[in-house]
Design a protein around this ligand. Structure first.
Ligand SMILES: Nc1ncnc2c1ncn2[C@@H]1O[C@H](COP(=O)(O)OP(=O)(O)O)[C@@H](O)[C@H]1O
Ligand SMILES: [Mg+2]
Length: 337
């Protein structure tokens, strides 16, 4: 613990964002708020960002974060902000946009920087980086427009692979992600995916085990947990409902069973390469597919993983013997110390 931090650290927790993952972001913020409640030196103020980028307090009153690093209320009173927690999955938090604003204001914040966030939120740039870093990822076809020439590439991919995942490039939480096994369904899926993102991927559909690693900085060291496992119900994939709905049938295991030393070793190495190579900061959840044929593909890097009661990231950290509130409070103190 640093002794140099100011005695009262004013932390601004920004949640919501008005995008497709607004509600999940509020649940993650609930978790963070609970965890920080016990830190004696941290004074947390929570605001919700709406779809117009306005910040509202819990009474619905407008708050404004200005370039003097003060948070102004509608009545004109102001309080300092020393550190920000952007608790926003998807746009504009996990996409790096809010982080750019915070960089301009000169405010330190929890989580990955703007550049890493942007690269990892885009499923295509992620793949280009992973390949550059020597990390295998799922075979795919990239489409940059919903034009006949590009659609022909998607049809070829469907023919070659039999069944594919059509994915909007810039979405998370399985939004804009469609499993397609027929040409009829392909056009519709492409239409929907292009309505959500400027680029679309058509990925080979694989029969996989889904493994997830928490990679985070604890006491200045990079920690990479052993993989946990998410088991989606057999009749669907790990969809938005299975991730967050009350009746989710997905099962999670904080430690995946039956993996060989070689598989564990490669997952560790690939996670480290991704964290270091992509210059991630503070936290990430790195997701892998283990295929029927024993191939290991890195599926995606989540720069701001979910922290709802059923989420993997906090569970894996806890399983590693780490206390989340200590972890986060130490990062906050360290950023200001
Ligand atoms: N190529 C694939 N083969 C098999 N299942 C897939 C494939 N791609 C995605 N899935 C399923 O869809 C889910 C969501 O896909 P993912 O790429 O992780 O998007 P998101 O960023 O929305 O989480 C995965 O967790 C998995 O269940
Ligand atoms: Mg995913």
């Amino acid at each position: 613990m640093s002794n140099q931090a100011p005695t009262d650290i004013h932390v601004l927790l920004i949640c919501g964002g008005g995008g497709s993952e607004h509600d999940v972001s509020l649940r993650t913020a609930d978790f963070i708020q609970r965890e920080l409640a016990s830190a004696p030196d941290i004074r947390l103020t929570r605001v919700t960002m709406d779809a117009d980028g306005r910040l509202l307090d819990d009474q619905g009153q407008l708050q404004e974060l200005r370039s003097d690093r003060l948070l102004y209320s509608a009545t004109g009173s102001a309080q300092p902000v020393h550190y920000v927690i952007p608790s926003i999955h998807g746009y504009p938090g996990e996409t790096g946009d809010l982080q750019s604003q915070l960089d301009i204001l000169g405010l330190p914040y929890f989580g990955c920087g703007s550049e890493a966030s942007k690269i990892c939120f885009n499923k295509i740039t992620t793949k280009l980086w992973l390949t550059a870093l020597g990390i295998d990822n799922t075979p795919y076809q990239f489409l940059c427009a919903n034009t006949p020439g590009e659609v022909a590439k998607a049809r070829d991919a469907l023919q070659k692979w039999g069944s594919v995942f059509v994915k909007a490039s810039n979405q998370g939480s399985s939004v804009g992600c469609y499993k397609v096994s027929s040409e009829d369904a392909l056009a519709e899926a492409l239409q929907e995916a292009f309505a959500l993102s400027p680029y679309v991927l058509v990925e080979k559909c694989l029969k996989v085990r889904e493994l997830e690693v928490a990679a985070y900085t604890y006491e200045g060291e990079l920690v990479i947990t052993p993989p946990g496992e998410v088991c989606a119900p057999t009749d669907t994939f790990y969809s938005y409902e299975e991730k967050y709905a009350e009746g989710s049938r997905a099962q999670t295991h904080v430690v995946a069973e039956g993996l060989s030393e070689a598989q564990l070793g490669w997952i560790h190495e690939a996670s480290k390469r991704a964290f270091v190579g992509l210059q991630l900061k503070d936290l990430s959840r790195i997701d892998f597919f283990l295929t029927d044929d024993g191939e290991i593909y890195l599926n995606e890097v989540n720069t701001f993983p979910g922290m709802t009661p059923i989420s993997m990231f906090p569970k894996m950290l806890q399983n590693q013997g780490h206390d989340f509130s200590e972890y986060l409070a130490a990062l906050i103190r360290g950023a200001l110390g």
